[in-house]
Write a protein that binds this ligand. Structure first.
Ligand SMILES: Cc1cc2nc3c(=O)[nH]c(=O)nc-3n(C[C@H](O)[C@H](O)[C@H](O)COP(=O)(O)OP(=O)(O)OC[C@H]3O[C@@H](n4cnc5c(N)ncnc54)[C@H](O)[C@@H]3O)c2cc1C
Ligand code: FES
Ligand code: FES
Length: 493
């Protein structure tokens, strides 16, 4: 099914069936505002940072500026206009109004979308949990206290709510109150549609989008050549908007490929499908039990909107040296499983990233998943150094994996680093310092000295080489010291 000029994407907006036309990579935001006149949804940054364009898609909060309309086929969209009933404000809107949580109002529709998803999740509305739920929504005038209180009031909570940590795996990414999408991508019933007038292509930055239903179909398309895969679009849609991605190449939509989804234990390892989102990684009991560092890493990516759409495969292939999954997978000795019509192969993570934003993937290959071995008694730790908790791309990141032997010494040590070179790297000299040593202050100091010497970071918009070197050394030192504490605790127990 090719979605292009003259073909239609059917979905519902606030319960009303609609048809949108135009290239399948048009932004959901543009269809809502320009075609449907639903101007409650705002455009701020246009690149996923501010949350002003947030809406609910199949019950999950997403940035509509990053969602290609072709991926909305058969879906259910809720905008701020859908929160009112019969022209009367909903409880959440009333709470914002009465609580002084609105000033200029620009951020409010997006805030309400995030808040609605949060309330529907029935997560206890602690201060921390509410703040995390709206971390992807920027407000330039109200300050967040009144917004947080309004959400707590709407949740029926007494304000102020006792401060506590948010749950490790919040449920507010989970779908609510939306019909399940049938496999065909079409609405379950076909009520009369409100047809949207055909528009000329909005601009030349919007390529067509080709939806495929099976992996073999996707691989055949790739073998023909001339397509670029798209998963959650959180990198690619930003690139199209910024003019850094080639708009003349049609997008191959992977989103419906069930073969690329799922998290499962296989043999003595963990298999993560390429389309696994950060929200899924974070919430998965299997990941939390067997590779908790991955669940914690996922909780630190972007904010809820990005976690609901961004995928593991997209992060790997985007190949930013600052990508959060890269050092973790390097330290964990993962293999990237790729497929083409020629067959399947597994590429060790150490050989997958070949340079700045370059990978060993051939043009006709797709990443289908990642295999992570789970050797007994191994620890994996990941730390990201950023400006703030949400929406921060790493200034640098450190991942360390090791196994502790009977004497308390570290074995099979892996140290991997992000954002300190043109690609994510292992640090073999630092690994050699730690291998076979019992973690202690002198070992931690030596490892910190060696890692600072071993890396050659650069100055760029996010940080300086000097800061990166110092921060990586400090973080590694702390990880080693904490490892030493763990050994001491184990001996006492
Ligand atoms: C506001 C914001 C905050 C962000 N925060 C973070 C962060 O904290 N940490 C971080 O690491 N990243 C972050 N990102 C970047 C982005 O969200 C991630 O890199 C995400 O994992 C990309 O996945 P995707 O599915 O959206 O990729 P897409 O945009 O769909 O694709 C990215 C690239 O991968 C290719 N691709 C996708 N899937 C496959 C596949 N299965 N096989 C072959 N090629 C494929 C595409 O062709 C494209 O080249 C952020 C982005 C935004 C906009
Ligand atoms: S407009 Fe800022 S996140 Fe979409
Ligand atoms: S109320 Fe003005 S940006 Fe939030």
């Amino acid at each position: 099914m090719t979605i292009s000029i003259g073909t239609a994407v059917r979905f519902t907006v606030n319960g009303v069936p609609v048809v949108a036309e135009g290239p399948g990579s048009r932004r959901l935001l543009d269809v809502l505002r320009d075609d449907l006149g639903l101007t409650g949804t705002k455009e701020g940054c246009g690149e996923g940072e501010c949350g002003a364009c947030s809406v609910l898609l199949d019950g999950r909060v997403v940035n509509s500026c990053l969602v290609p309309i072709g991926q909305v086929a058969g879906g259910d969209v809720r905008t701020v206009e859908g929160l009112a009933t019969d022209g009367r404000l909903g409880a959440l809107q009333e709470a914002f109004l009465q609580g002084g949580a609105v000033q200029c109002g620009f951020c409010t529709p997006g805030m309400l979308a995030s808040a609605a998803a949060f309330l529907a999740s029935r997560t206890p509305p602690t201060d921390e949990a509410v703040r995390e739920a709206i971390a992807g929504n920027l407000c330039r005038c109200t300050g967040y206290t009144k917004i947080v209180e309004a959400i707590q009031v709407a949740a029926g909570a007494e304000v102020p709510v006792e401060r506590s940590e948010p749950p490790e795996a919040p449920t507010w990414g989970a779908p609510f109150a939306s019909p399940e999408r049938p496999a065909s991508g079409e609405p379950a019933t076909a009520p009369p549609s409100l047809r949207v007038p055909v528009r000329p292509p909005a601009d030349a930055r919007r390529p067509d989008l080709v939806a495929v239903r099976t992996l073999p179909e996707a691989l055949h398309r790739l073998a023909e050549g001339g397509y670029r895969p798209i998963a959650g679009g959180t990198d690619l849609m930003v690139g199209l908007e910024a003019g850094t991605a080639d708009p003349s190449v049609p997008l191959l939509d992977l989103w419906a490929l069930d073969e690329l989804r799922g998290i499962r234990l296989e043999g003595s390892g963990l298999v993560l499908g390429a389309l696994t989102t950060y929200a899924e990684l974070r919430a998965s009991p299997v990941v939390r039990e067997h590779l908790p560092a991955v669940a914690r890493m996922a909780g630190g990516v972007g904010a809820v909107q990005i976690q609901n759409r961004g995928t593991l495969g997209g992060n790997l292939v985007n190949a930013s040296p600052a990508g959060d999954t890269l050092p973790l997978l390097l330290a964990a000795d993962a293999e990237i499983v790729v497929q083409s019509v020629r067959g399947e192969r597994a590429i060790p993570a150490t050989a997958f990233w070949t340079g700045y934003r370059r990978t060993a993937l051939a043009p006709d290959e797709l990443v289908v998943g990642v295999r992570v071995p789970l050797p007994p008694a191994r620890h994996v730790v990941f730390r990201k150094i950023g400006t703030r908790r949400a929406q921060s791309i790493a200034k640098a990141s450190v991942a360390v994996a090791w196994r502790t032997d009977e004497s308390g010494a570290w074995r099979d040590v892996r140290v991997a680093l992000g954002a300190v070179a043109e690609r994510a790297i292992r640090a073999p000299e630092t690994e050699a310092v730690l291998e076979g040593r019992v973690p202690a202050r002198d070992v931690a100091d030596e490892a910190a000295r060696v890692v600072a010497r071993e890396i050659t970071p650069i100055d760029d918009v996010r940080s300086t080489a000097e800061y990166r070197r110092a921060a990586v050394a400090r973080v590694l030192r702390r990880i080693v010291l904490e490892g030493g504490d763990a050994v001491a605790e184990a001996k006492l127990a």
